[in-house]
Ligand binder design. Structure first.
Ligand code: PMP
Length: 310
């Protein structure tokens, strides 16, 4: 079966879904998107969409920021997503990318009086960062963009140029990932991940006012840490120097899952290996996102019409 796309209000083979070169979003970054993982559970013979509703709630918030009105509700978007994956017939881990965009084919820098469009694609997508031993990060020379420039709480395509600058600089300098600071100098986030530190047995993560995307994995980890391990998370400003002295550090994201950080700016974090709490959260998250942990099956939307084994 060829992979399908949802484009111009219908399903079609991905190869047939094309946009015109005048499309507003292509020229001005006037689009917003989501990234949703869909995880294969061999025991259940089932694919599970992880926290589908939360992703579409966030997409609708991004749409509000960009003055895009979608004709679909969260529930309809979830149904369309399941339909798209089912039509494509996947039986392995995949990734869904919905995109809401200014689809008018005209020039002019603005958000108003433009056609609002929506599409979705589904594709295979392996590991994004190596979660097996701990990645090496640097503090980026590129500062995180402020809420009053382009709000980072929206997944706005144009904003991602800021992230791309940071990621490419990091990789060109031999690191795996960048950590961006706010214009005030507080720790914000990675180019596609939120960041957590372990300090004196507590989790610490930048607050929603530090230029971050409110990550769904971030929320999942805070929930699992509290409910499963009794560990609280403090959301607060984090100084750069706290990165270097933390006991453990890890990054979270739909693509990145829970990725341990072994080194920042050539300094070992903790002992420079995966920390105990990081490892526990990594394992918990892995079981929750593919529906193995039955307690959290409500976060997993089945794609194929068959009840999972209890
Ligand atoms: N920050 C940024 C900049 C991101 O692109 C992502 C990935 N969506 C995240 C954080 C993590 O968010 P989530 O856990 O919802 O994928």
């Amino acid at each position: 079966m060829p992979p399908y796309a949802y484009f111009q209000d219908k399903f079609m083979p991905l190869a047939q879904a094309k946009i015109g070169i005048m499309t507003h979003a292509l020229h001005y970054g006037t689009a917003c998107f989501e990234g949703i993982r869909v995880n294969w559970n061999a025991e259940d013979d089932q694919l599970y969409v992880f926290r589908c509703q939360e992703h579409y709630q966030r997409l609708l918030n991004s749409c509000k920021l960009l003055d895009i009105s979608l004709s679909h509700s969260v529930e309809e978007l979830c149904r369309l997503t399941v339909d798209l994956i089912r039509r494509s017939g996947y039986r392995e881990d995949v990734y869904v990318r919905p995109l809401a965009y200014k689809g008018s084919e005209l020039l002019g820098v603005k958000l108003h009086d433009l056609e609002d469009s929506f599409l979705m694609i589904v594709t295979t997508f392996g590991p994004y960062l190596d979660g097996s031993k701990g990645i090496r990060c640097c503090v980026s020379s590129w500062r995180r963009i402020d809420d009053n420039m382009i709000p980072p709480r929206g997944k706005i395509t144009g904003l991602y140029v800021n992230n791309a600058f940071a990621k490419t600089e990091a990789m060109h300098n031999g690191f795996d990932e960048a950590i961006m600071l706010t214009s005030q100098g507080y720790v914000s986030e990675g180019s596609g991940e939120n960041i957590f530190l372990v300090i004196a047995g507590q989790l610490v993560t930048p607050s929603c006012n530090d230029g971050i995307l409110l990550g769904i994995t971030r929320d999942t980890i805070m929930h699992l840490a509290k409910k499963e391990l009794g560990v609280e998370t403090v959301e607060r400003h984090i100084d750069r120097s706290e990165l270097y002295t933390a006991d453990e550090c890890f990054m979270t994201g739909t693509a990145a899952h829970v990725t341990p950080v072994a080194e920042i700016d050539h300094r070992k974090i903790g002992r420079g290996v995966i920390g105990d709490l990081t490892r526990k959260l990594q394992q918990l998250y892995a079981d929750v996102e593919c529906g193995k942990n039955r307690k959290y099956l409500h976060w997993c939307t089945p794609v194929y019409a068959k009840p999972p084994k209890s």
